[in-house]
Every structure is written in structure tokens, then in C-alpha cells.
Design a protein around this ligand. Structure first.
Ligand code: ADP
Ligand code: ZN
Length: 529
């Protein structure tokens, strides 16, 4: 076996050079390739841009038979096949977007062994005909791309991925390689159990992306903040701007264009042709900004994306990490910039409350959101927190906003008590429930129409918070929400207390808060200072 391995390794290196035109394997790739060429099962965790594709493409070429690659990225299959074809690799794909004649052509090529790599959409596995087809050919390996899609714990579950366990039952001798760029301990464990990969060797690359500068700033006027960032640091450069809703995607793209920044929208509400055209422009042109919902980006391989900006809070650290990971694949300095504010927290909590599914599902969503909020509010190095989330250790990086401009903390205990007392006071008015705006108006002693209407200017808490500005009170409320000391109840962003609030009100607990960088609202890169 030892000599065989030596032989395979040479073959693999030869294929890397001759077919793909690269001189050497990257860290980790060689071990993975050798292991799979030898017929072993593998679970590969590697960040976006790390070079996962070669880990199954080269074994597909070295081993006898056809490598079957299951991928949810149906829209990209044509591109992936074209890219391989351009290198002289015989490849094809099967998915539901295809003409029947085209499908038959690929099926015949597979059965006759006239292709080396076959991309397969997971929903094809629902068809008995697919299983019969696979039986008629010779399979060199199964590659399961975006393997986290099998995990319900993860943020991107696809039910069809559960069908993948059948592959192993039916073809137990065929080696499998599962790959993902996003896997916490919990997700990894679920991948292993659902795909029966207990015997697989795990290859875990470092998740650090040192060239990405992480910055998370308080949101006040997000479009203008974004514009300032782009003008100051990324003029003429390509980037991705993520927004939660289609409407804000459209508005933001129009705003950028009106301010002379070339930008196109991308979301699932656009017709397929426009989407494809905008994506093609982004890949082809220099310096185009794509404003998108998270529908955009999976599998997009554009090396020189210089920034990824989030105008809304991502739902999970996994999603955030995956989206920001699209920046700087070429290794050059890039920015991951996120603006988030109190309304984000309120909105996300409401979305979770109103979401379908059982309590367990909701608890999962809450846990994901809380981890994201903790990353936003941390006073530690963002990178250390990010890596810790993926079970890896890091040192303070010197290349994130909290390292560059260490945030001040202040003792927010009294402020928290004032805010929570006001919430508690309003709660006794059973008929009417109030959101953060009313609470802050009361703290500031503002006699607004709504304050007068409800006689809130007669409350003992009226005007007790004039030592802070409105923006500061919003920061307090946001951080109390993030720390679980304040809750959002019901549909209209009504604030309420939590079990933990009591300890603060009883003065049993201190509340350290992070002071928002108010003036340098873009999170002040000191690079150009
Ligand atoms: P992932 O799927 O992990 O996001 P890809 O497989 O798309 O990453 O690879 C990212 C980029 O790195 C691609 O442009 C790929 O061609 C390049 N790449 C991968 N392996 C190597 C290597 N050994 N040498 C040079 N470039 C590589
Ligand atoms: Zn840092």
C-alpha cells in the first residue's frame, strides 16, 4: 500500500500541474487528496476560498470511474462544468433545469465512462431513475459539497440532503468526501451522524482569514455610512453589499448608482435573466458593486472582492462568516463591514417569534442570533471571537476594529436600571404596550404627543435619563437586548423584562456596556490615518 500511495501522490501532483496548472498543493490539500485517492472517507472543513474543489476533482481524475459531486448550487453547475471543460476535464451535470436530450447525453457519457466528474443536484436523488443510472456506471467517489446543508442545527438546511445517506447504504465501498466552509462543533457532529461519517478522517483547516479586516459599527444612516466607507477606502473596487429585504436591495443599489458608484441589485424576486446578467457583470467587470440578499454568492469565485458590507444583521455567525468570506480570496487586504442597530435586534427577535416550526426550532434560531449579537457587542478581538465560535484558537489580531480602536467600556448599571424600571413601569399599563422609542422619550423627558396622550409625563421615571443622548439610550437598549437583560415581546417590538432583568433591578448585578464609537461611525480604519 505504501508504494501505491507513493505512486498515487505522484499522479495527483502531476494532475495538479498538468491539468490545473498549479505548482503545488496548498496546506492540507495534499493529505486530503492522498486519503481520498486511497479510498478513505473524509470530512473536510475549510474556509471559503481555501481550495476545496481540487480535493475531490483531483481524486476523481486519479481514481477509476466517475466522481459524483452532489451540490446544491444548481445555478453554478454550468459554470463549474465549463471551467473544467476549459481545462480539458470531461465533466457534466444533471439537474432539473436541463432539456431532456441534454440530460440523456450526460447520462450516456456517465454510463460509458466518458466523463470524469458528474455534478448532481440533490433533488435528483428523489428519483429512483437516478439510483438506477448510478448503478449502471462506475463511481470513483462521492463528493458532498456544502455538507452543512444536511444539518438542521446549521443555518442552511436542505431536506434533500438527508437523501444522501442512501448513497452510502447502496454503494458502501465508494469513498465519500464531505466538504463545508461552515461548521461549528454542533454542525460538524450532525454532519457526521447524518451522513454516517463516523469512520471518516476529519481534516480541519484554519478558519482564519488574516487579510480580512472585520468591523462592526453602530447603524444610524446605513446608506450614507456605506457611501462614506466606499468613497474613503474602496473607490473603484468590487464588493458585495448584503441587505435583508428585496426592497432595501433595490433602494440601496439605486442610491449607490445615484452617487456615481456602479452597482447592480441581485435578489430572488428578479427574473432569472436579469439575475444571471448581473452576476455575470459582477464576475467580469472591475469595480462593480452587487447589492444582494443572501441569495447571492454561494459558490461565486471572484478573487478580488475587496469588501463585503452588511447593512442588516445576519441571522447567525455561520452565515456572517460565510458571506464575509467572499471577500479577499486573492489574499489581499479586504474589509468585512457590518452596520447594526437596535431595530435589527428587535426585528430579528420578532421574526423568530413569528417563525414557523416547533419550539426547538425557535430555540435554535435564538441561539444563532445570540451568538451573532455577542460577536457584535464584544470588546475583545473580533477574530478571536469568530475563531472561538468555530472551535479554534487565535491571538488578538491587530486587524479588526476592536484591536485597532479598543472600545471603551463604561459601567451601565444605573442606566440599565433606569431603562428597565421604565419598561417595567409601562408594563403595568396592561392595555397598551410600548417599544423602545416611547421608553427613550420618557427617559429623556420629552413631551411628545404620544407621551402626553398616555400621561407618561406624570410617571416617576419621566425625565430621569437626561444624562445620556437618544443615541446612547438606543445603544443601551440594544446591548441589554443582546445580553438577554431585555426582551422583545409580540409583534410590534414591545419591550419586556426577562428573568435576568430582576438581578439588575435589585442591584445584584453590574452591567458593563460598550461605548459606541459615535464619531467615527465607519469603524475607523487606522490604515489611512
Ligand atoms: P472553495 O471551494 O474552498 O471556496 P475553491 O476550490 O473555489 O475554494 O478555490 C479557491 C481558489 O483557489 C480557486 O481560484 C482555485 O483555483 C484556487 N486554488 C485552489 N487550490 C490551489 C492551489 N493548490 N494552488 C493555487 N491555487 C489554488
Ligand atoms: Zn482583532
Amino acid at each position: 500500500a505504501a508504494t501505491d500511495t507513493g505512486q498515487d501522490t505522484r499522479d495527483a501532483l502531476e494532475v495538479l500541474r498538468r491539468v490545473f496548472g498549479y505548482d503545488s498543493f496548498r496546506d492540507g490539500q495534499r493529505e486530503i487528496v492522498d486519503h481520498v485517492v486511497d479510498g478513505g472517507d473524509a470530512l473536510v472543513l475549510m474556509p471559503t476560498g481555501g481550495g476545496k474543489s481540487l480535493c475531490y476533482q483531483i481524486p476523481s481524475l486519479v481514481r477509476d470511474g466517475v466522481g459524483v459531486v452532489v451540490s446544491p448550487l444548481i445555478a453554478l453547475m454550468q459554470d463549474q462544468v465549463d471551467a473544467l471543460t476549459a481545462l480539458g476535464v470531461r465533466a457534466g451535470f444533471l439537474n432539473s433545469t436541463q432539456e431532456p436530450e441534454e440530460r440523456e447525453r450526460v447520462e450516456e457519457a456517465f454510463v460509458d465512462g466518458r466523463i470524469d466528474v458528474l455534478y448532481l443536484a440533490p433533488e435528483r436523488l428523489r428519483l429512483e431513475s437516478t439510483v438506477r443510472l448510478l448503478d449502471r456506471g462506475t463511481i470513483s467517489l462521492f463528493a458532498i459539497d456544502e455538507a452543512h446543508c444536511v444539518a438542521q442545527w446549521g443555518h442552511d438546511f436542505r431536506p434533500d440532503y438527508l437523501l444522501l445517506s442512501h448513497l452510502h447504504e447502496r454503494w458502501p465501498e465508494v469513498p465519500r468526501i464531505a466538504l463545508t466552509a461552515t461548521a461549528t462543533e454542533a454542525t460538524r457532529a450532525e454532519i457526521v451522524s447524518r451522513l454516517d461519517l463516523g469512520g471518516a478522517r476529519q481534516f480541519v483547516a484554519s478558519f482564519d482569514r488574516p487579510n480580512i479586516q472585520y468591523r462592526i459599527v453602530p447603524k444610524n444612516d446605513p446608506k450614507r455610512q456605506l457611501l462614506r466607507l466606499l468613497r474613503a477606502e474602496h473607490a473603484g473596487e468590487a464588493g458585495i453589499v448584503y441587505c435583508l429585504s428585496r426592497a432595501s436591495v433595490e433602494r440601496t443599489a439605486e442610491f449607490l448608482v445615484a452617487n456615481d458608484i456602479p452597482a447592480v441589485p441581485y435578489h430572488a424576486g428578479l427574473d432569472g435573466r436579469t439575475r444571471a446578467a448581473n452576476q455575470a457583470r459582477f464576475l467580469r467587470e472591475d469595480g462593480l458593486v452587487v447589492v444582494a440578499t443572501i441569495a447571492f454568492g454561494m459558490g461565486i469565485d471572484k478573487p478580488d472582492v475587496r469588501f463585503v458590507a452588511h447593512l442588516d444583521l445576519p441571522k447567525s455567525v455561520e452565515g456572517y462568516y460565510q458571506e464575509t468570506g467572499r471577500a479577499g480570496r486573492d489574499g489581499l487586504p479586504s474589509t468585512a463591514w457590518l452596520a447594526y442597530g437596535l431595530p435589527d435586534v428587535v426585528q430579528q427577535r420578532r421574526l423568530i417569534d413569528g417563525s414557523e416550526g416547533d419550539d426547538q426550532h425557535r430555540a435554535r434560531l435564538v441561539a444563532h442570533l445570540d451568538a451573532m449579537l455577542a460577536l457584535c457587542e464584544t470588546v475583545e478581538c473580533r477574530r478571536v471571537r469568530l475563531l472561538a465560535y468555530f472551535g479554534q484558537r487565535g491571538e488578538p489580531c491587530g486587524n479588526c476594529d476592536t484591536c485597532l480602536t479598543p472600545p471603551e467600556t463604561w459601567d451601565g448599571t444605573v442606566a440599565a436600571q433606569k431603562l428597565l424600571s421604565t419598561v417595567s413601569r409601562l408594563h403595568r399599563e396592561r392595555r397598551q404596550r410600548f417599544g423602545a422609542g416611547q421608553v427613550i422619550d420618557i427617559l429623556l423627558g420629552r413631551k411628545t404627543a404620544k407621551v402626553i396622550q398616555h400621561d407618561h409625563d406624570t410617571l416617576s421615571v419621566f425625565g430621569i435619563g437626561t444624562e445620556l443622548s437618544e443615541a446612547e439610550w438606543r445603544a443601551v437598549a440594544r446591548q441589554l437586548l443582546a445580553q438577554g437583560l431585555l426582551a422583545v415581546q409580540g409583534e410590534h417590538g414591545v419591550l419586556g423584562l426577562t428573568e435576568a432583568s430582576g438581578a439588575v433591578l435589585r442591584r445584584e448585578r453590574e452591567v458593563p456596556l460598550r461605548r459606541d464609537a459615535v464619531r467615527s461611525s465607519e469603524g475607523g480604519s487606522t490604515r489611512t490615518a
